[in-house]
Design a protein around this ligand. Structure first.
Ligand SMILES: Cc1cc2nc3c(=O)[nH]c(=O)nc-3n(C[C@H](O)[C@H](O)[C@H](O)COP(=O)(O)OP(=O)(O)OC[C@H]3O[C@@H](n4cnc5c(N)ncnc54)[C@H](O)[C@@H]3O)c2cc1C
Length: 395
């Protein structure tokens, strides 16, 4: 095996595999030798990616379900919204891995290497990765390995909280769910030390993913996720007869820390490249857009360096929301209730997706209670950040 490639892809998860798939589908890149490196073969349904989009994606043909209705529920608002331009969709991890593997196995220019990457760097004009003690080199390396040592939000004074959730895929013997609508937020639960809500994706009338999600500094004791889920199913949904078919637990960083997107010949992609939306944790669509830009740049300039659309206002909005979540997470249910009550749903989705223009941003701002944001602005200007109280961030 030759040890030099045009492109090394460190991490064959969502970002690495999306990039490899896009390379395989781009005729002008068929002569580029690519190596994907990961510590594991993907054969488990290890996650489900949901997203909203108005435009087509490369993976629409493997979408598990789409919905055109969204429920929002809190103590003060219970409303169903209809989507027109947008769709809410979900892709099962296993379907994604199978589709990508099938295409990549047929691509003569793309190979896999399985093993632990212990080092990534650049020597002269070559990027390299050390895998199982052996060095492989490339003209460029795409890095999607999330590494704690590259992520230090507290020293730099950024916010950092964790999105933690446990989900059950449940099956009911009788039709139970309205499978035409997802529940994006059901805030009818104790707001504890952060933001807490339930999220429901009904795959059909008998099967749904029901998730209990928190945005907070600390995780909950393990049993509490189950307790909350069971309580919600039994007491809120009045559902007693069901079977749990799968469970999912995850912790995702939510931070306004500025991930370095490029270092010499190393380009950071995926969550490590800052593609996770700081205030929501959604990353799927942002990763698709990042890959599109990289592919375009590889075709037009033979380099992967694309212009990052810098829209500073969204960094500020994210920082303000994270500041509120840190300080008084319970306010988020009120803020979101006001936002969902006073804005068309697609404006909200565009806003959360960073696609709104300033006029629309102002309409959103005018619809929410101003005081928590004013306090955030004060904190941001005077660097009075609640994060100073937190000593530990690595789990
Ligand atoms: C359970 C879960 C559910 C999620 N749901 C959604 C969702 O619904 N919508 C959404 O938009 N986002 C969601 N996210 C967030 C985000 O989309 C995912 O985390 C996504 O997988 C990030 O892609 P990535 O390529 O950056 O990282 P990953 O997909 O995690 O890929 C990183 C890869 O690097 C490999 N790796 C790491 N370290 C090493 C090493 N040292 N050596 C070799 N290999 C290594 C890992 O095995 C992995 O395959 C979810 C995240 C999780 C964890």
């Amino acid at each position: 095996m030759s040890h030099h490639y045009d492109y090394l892809i460190a991490g064959g998860g969502l970002a690495g595999l999306t990039l490899a798939y896009a390379i395989a589908k781009t005729p002008a890149l068929q002569d580029k030798k690519v190596l994907i490196i990961d510590r594991e073969v993907k054969h488990r349904n290890d996650r489900t990616w949901s997203f909203w989009a108005a435009e087509p994606t490369m993976f629409d043909h493997i979408v598990h379900r789409t919905w055109k209705k969204i429920n929002f529920i809190s103590d003060t608002l219970n409303r169903q919204f209809e989507l027109t331009r947008y769709r809410y969709a979900t892709i099962r991890g296993i379907d994604f891995y199978q589709e990508v593997n099938q295409v990549l196995q047929r691509a003569a220019n793309i190979a896999f290497l399985y093993g632990e990457i212990t080092e990534i760097g650049q020597a002269g004009e070559q990027a390299y990765a050390t895998v199982n003690g052996q060095r492989v080199t490339g003209n460029y390396l795409f890095d999607s390995l999330f590494r704690a040592e590259l992520f230090n939000p507290y020293d730099a004074g950024y916010h950092y909280i964790r999105q933690h959730f446990k989900g059950y895929v449940i099956r009911t013997p009788q039709p139970f769910f309205d499978d035409s609508a997802i529940t994006m937020f059901d805030f009818r639960t104790k707001q504890k030390d952060g933001v807490y809500f339930f999220y429901i994706l009904p795959y059909d009338k008998n099967v749904a993913l029901v998730e209990y999600t928190g945005f907070s500094r600390d995780l909950l004791p393990e049993t509490e996720y189950d307790h909350e889920l069971q309580n919600y199913l039994h007491n809120r949904l009045q559902l007693v007869d069901y079977e749990v078919e799968e469970t999912e637990f995850a912790v995702i960083p939510m931070t306004d820390f500025r991930f370095e997107s490029r270092k010499g010949r190393i380009i950071r992609i995926g969550v490590q490249g800052g593609m996770s939306k700081p205030s929501t944790g959604y990353a799927f669509i942002r990763i698709q857009r990042q890959v599109e830009k990289i592919i375009k740049s590889l075709q037009t300039s033979s380099t992967p360096f694309y212009n990052e659309a810098f829209r500073p206002q969204f960094r500020i909005y994210d920082a303000m929301l994270l500041n509120i979540m840190h300080r008084e997470g319970w306010q988020i249910a009120h803020i979101f209730s006001a936002m969902f009550r006073r804005n068309p749903i697609e404006r909200i989705l565009r806003f959360l997706d960073e696609q709104t223009h300033l006029g629309e941003d102002l309409l959103i701002m005018a619809s929410v209670p101003p005081l928590p944001f004013l306090e955030s602005i004060y904190n941001l200007i005077f660097r009075r950040k609640p994060i100073k109280q937190i000593k530990k961030y690595r789990s």
